[in-house]
Design a protein around this ligand. Structure first.
Ligand code: ZN
Length: 178
C-alpha cells in the first residue's frame, strides 16, 4: 500500500497499532488504520444430467485452463447471489442452488473459496468474454491436468466422491503447496 485511500497521504507507516498484534498500514496524517483481510471467491459446481459444466478461462490468470464458474464476491451481494451471478457472467447459464458444497482456504493468497452445488435449469449456455469454451463433462473425462485452480479440483473430487451420499455435507479444504 503506497497511499492512504482516506486522505491521499503517501507517508504510510507499517507497524502494529496499539492494542493490536499484527502489522498494519497506518496513516500518520489522518490516523486511519488500513486493515487488509482475505477476499471471498464465490462459485458453483453446475450439474446437468450428472455432468459437470466447466468453463475454459478466456481471462488471466490461468488463461486457457478449465475452471468452475467463480469470481470475487461483490459488495452488497450475498454469497448465493454472487455464485449465480458468476455462473451467468461466464456462461449465460442459470440454475438453482441446491446447497453449500465446499469451503476452500488459500491462506498464502489471502483468499477463501465458497462453492455451491447448482442444478442447472437446462443445458443452455453461451460463450462469453470470460469463457472461450464451455463443456459438460462426464466424471471420467474431467480434465484434472488442465484445471486452473486447486479449489476447482477439490470441489469436483468431493462432489464425485459423495455423489451418491444421502447425507450431503460441506467439504472444507486448504491449499497445500506441492
Ligand atoms: Zn490518511
Amino acid at each position: 500500500m503506497n497511499f492512504c485511500s482516506h486522505c491521499g497521504s503517501s507517508d504510510l507507516e507499517f507497524k502494529i497499532p496499539e492494542g493490536d498484534n499484527r502489522l498494519r498500514h497506518i496513516c500518520p496524517s489522518c490516523g486511519t488504520i488500513h486493515y487488509q483481510n482475505p477476499r471471498v471467491i464465490v462459485g458453483s459446481v453446475p450439474i446437468w444430467e450428472n455432468k459437470i459444466m466447466l468453463c475454459r478461462r478466456n481471462i488471466e490468470p490461468r488463461f486457457g485452463l478449465w475452471n468452475l464458474p467463480s469470481g470475487f464476491l461483490e459488495n452488497g451481494e450475498t454469497v448465493e447471489e454472487g455464485a449465480l451471478r458468476e455462473l451467468k457472467e461466464e456462461s449465460m447459464a442459470e440454475g438453482e442452488i441446491l446447497g453449500l458444497h465446499s469451503l476452500y482456504n488459500l491462506p498464502h493468497a489471502n483468499q477463501v473459496y465458497v462453492h455451491f452445488l447448482v442444478a442447472l435449469n437446462s443445458n443452455y449456455f453461451e460463450l462469453t468474454p470470460e469463457s472461450s469454451e464451455i463443456e459438460f463433462f462426464d466424471p471420467p473425462n474431467i480434465p484434472y491436468s488442465d484445471m486452473a485452480f486447486s479449489s476447482s479440483t477439490f470441489s469436483i473430487k468431493k462432489y464425485l466422491e459423495n455423489v451418491h451420499s444421502t447425507n450431503p455435507k460441506v467439504h472444507i479444504g486448504t491449499y497445500v503447496k506441492s
